[in-house]
Design a protein around this ligand. Structure first.
Ligand code: NAI
Length: 429
């Protein structure tokens, strides 16, 4: 165990009492719009599936995540949490969590690298038996620095695409020593959170942060995966002219068939007004692109890490950089053009000062999947070897069913004959 003593959030905020009251209000508002978690809360309060477990989490600490945390605590767990991005924490929500029984929160907004990792270590000091990550920083820290803990960890859950990519790479190298569910990859997460959540929240944050319209602007979306598809669709819905940049020919073709312009980023750079990166990859927008951009462009990243827009190149080229508005930094080029970077190039919908993350209803689904996955790991740990696992389909369906029931939406069931027909290879013409 490390000997570091990074303190919970209370030691970092000026007025913990006011922060707790404000955080409680935000958590309560989100709670009212999370019917899946409400249903699971009833079950977990009765069954206490996490009694004796300690859950270590590194996630965006805002009101919807707080509802997952309190749900796990209501199920009997001790929960320790910190952020998974230095700019996405809401300090009031973090303080409100920390004030609750069985929960410790170390998340503080705006921490530097050292404190960011010290807070992850502080969570690990609680000796988690389950980990819940968004981006895999907790799993990485445990494997690198606390391998002794691995024997007592029943498993983990990973929330986002980039985290799942990292875990699969680790697994392929034979380095992942406990089972982790790829929560990101389930239909109930990916098709709603990545598509609708990122589409809506990234664009609404850009619009609110700049007070500019997307209508009649050239919006360049780099990456046409789940997130990019959502951003493109919602931008088109706000009357933008959407240009898609891709490296996968099938995705480029899909974007083309959806009616968007598809261009290499070098060409899109010359005509774009607003740029949104959603690739999960590095150096998507770099020096050569900044050199040809128009005065006044907006640069925003919605991918997990702050590597998609190369801010070092932007800084190298700039003769001046200054805050143009809260959450917007202008980089002035030698010829007078101003390129405006939002949220330091970190994921804009969570890291911009006005960023609130995805709509609550969407996070209800993602966190519903997280909660049933934690329940599955604790109940059936022996069924899962070390490595990355798909979420069992019946768990994903369970979450969808709870949501539809809450929404009052009825749907059909297969008849026995249909089930038999679908499962048979013998029926032909
Ligand atoms: P995805 O894998 O479905 O899509 C990424 C797309 O980017 C792929 O089609 C790929 O071909 C393309 N791509 C890769 N390198 C490229 C390049 N240099 N230029 C153009 N296209 C390129 O991934 P998904 O689910 O869309 O996630 C993207 C990123 O967003 C990840 O980092 C993920 O963790 C993050 N994410 C962010 C959220 C948010 O709240 N902002 C929510 C969910 C995911």
């Amino acid at each position: 165990m490390s000997t570091q003593t990074y303190a919970p959030v209370d030691h970092h905020v000026d007025d913990p009492e006011t922060a707790v009251a404000s955080g409680d209000r935000k958590i309560e508002w989100a709670r009212q719009h999370m019917p899946i978690l409400a249903e699971l809360r009833e079950q977990f309060r009765e069954d206490r599936p996490f009694e004796g477990e300690t859950i270590g989490m590194a996630m965006h600490v805002e009101a919807t995540t707080a509802n997952l945390v309190t749900l796990l605590a209501d199920g009997g767990a001790e929960v320790a949490i910190t952020g998974c991005n230095p700019l996405s924490t809401h300090d009031d929500v973090s303080a409100a969590l920390n004030a609750r029984e069985s929960i410790t929160s170390y998340a503080v907004r705006g921490v530097g690298d050292d404190d960011y990792y010290a807070a992850i270590e502080a969570v690990i000091d609680h000796e988690p038996t389950v980990t819940v990550d968004d981006g895999m920083d907790m799993v990485a820290a445990i494997h690198e620095d606390y391998p002794d803990l691995i024997d007592t960890i029943v498993g983990g859950c990973e929330e986002t695409t980039t985290g799942v990519h990292r875990l699969r790479a680790m697994d392929a190298d034979g380095e992942l020593d406990y089972p982790v569910f790829a929560v990101n990859d389930t239909p109930m997460k990916r098709l709603f959170d990545n598509v609708h959540g990122t589409g809506e929240s990234a664009l609404s944050t850009i619009v609110q942060t700049t007070n500019l319209s997307l209508a009649a602007k050239n919006v360049v979306v780099a990456g046409f995966g789940d997130c990019g598809r959502g951003v493109a669709k919602k931008a088109a819905g706000q009357n933008a002219d959407v240009i898609v940049c891709e490296v996968d020919p099938r995705k480029a073709l899909e974007a083309h068939m959806e009616g968007y312009d598809v261009l290499p980023i070098a060409e899109a750079a010359e005509i774009g007004d607003v740029f949104v990166t959603t690739t999960g990859n590095r150096d998507v927008i770099t020096r050569e692109h900044f050199e040809v951009m128009d005065d006044g462009v907006l640069l925003a990243n919605a991918g997990h890490f702050d590597v998609e827009v190369n801010v070092e190149h932007l800084d190298d080229l700039a003769v001046d950089r200054y805050e143009a508005r809260e959450g917007v930094e202008a980089f002035e080029m030698p010829d007078g053009r101003r390129l405006n970077l939002l949220a330091e190039g970190r994921l804009v919908n969570l890291a911009a000062p006005l960023g609130q993350g995805h709509p609550v209803e969407v996070m209800d689904q993602s966190f519903g999947v997280q909660a049933v996955c934690v329940r599955e790991l604790v109940a059936n740990a022996d069924d899962y070897d070390a490595g990355v696992h798909e979420v069992p389909d019946e768990l994903d369906r369970e979450v969808a069913d709870v949501k539809l029931t809450a929404e009052g939406v009825a749907y059909d069931e297969l008849t026995d004959e249909q089930r038999e027909y679908m499962g048979s290879w013998q029926h032909g013409t």
